[in-house]
Design a protein around this ligand. Sequence first.
Ligand code: TXA
Ligand code: MG
Length: 311
Amino acid sequence: MTERLTSSHADITRAAAILRAQGLIAFPTETVYGLGADARDGRAVARIYAAKGRPSFNPLIVHVADAQRARALGKWSDAAQALADAFWPGPLSLVLPLRKDAGLSDLVTAGLQSVAIRVPAGDLAQDLLRAFDGPIAAPSANPSGRISPTTAAHVLAGLEGRIDAILDGGACGVGLESTIIGLTGAVPTLLRAGGVPREAIEAQLGFALAHPESSMISAPGQLASHYAPNARMRLDAKDWREGELTLGFGQMECDLNLSESADLLEAAANLFGHLHLLDAMDGAQIAVAPIPQTGLGAAINDRLGRAAAPR
Ligand code: TXA
Ligand code: MG
């Protein structure tokens, strides 16, 4: 069952409690409805992918109440300050270098060393962020491959019964996703066109935005800068070979186990963290036990396949 919640104080408090209990809340922002989870909790974030049926783990936008909270997550710069001053709260996301002490689940950043952050302008989004008092990871609240929802009815048509609750705030004003600006390289880069026009951003910065290598970023799973370990990867390993670092699933002997109880939610939450840990052990090869291709297993296998791809 998906609870219907309103903008009342009691319902906002209820929504924040659901987030604290690793639940999923759809909530309106000024752009589109987001599907929110506690961005610090891997299992909660894994549920987002399960509910959306996303075929791969793409990094998610982290929503915070104000720029001060954003600064605790990403490394700040003059450009970040200028854009935050001009456009936050509002339909702009900034991709910043991830701070080591950010405390985010690495499922949110898909194991990258950067994080997309946004301060939404919608009243209900702000009320929820302040009641929860923490970062909320939220992609658009639609099943994977379907169009983004701008009303509560759109959300329920796609996700009824798959999410804990929806905060109904009527129709979204902007109706288009946020503009995403990359601030991790030498020049600010337009990664996705959206609610804030590029001209407005360039006027604020006083120079032109760079273009990404290609416009790959909006297509799920197409992100160029996927996390890839230094070690070679051997997937679907039914036994372990001499000298390998081993990543297990289910009851077995191994260096690290994605989930001893073969729970795909737990495996998803552990995936990037475990790969990072194994990679830090400096072995030549990482072997990974077979992961079932059902439910979240599809996204886990997709991401393992990318990590194993020749480069
Ligand atoms: O308006 C919006 O931005 C909505 C509302 C809910 O806030 N959210 C949204 O999220 O559109 P989503 O997950 O549908 O799109 C997130 C986009 C993806 O294209 C993803 O690749 C990109 O943000 N992204 C997230 N983190 C990134 C990072 N560290 N580097 C590059 N791109 C990133
Ligand atoms: Mg989307």
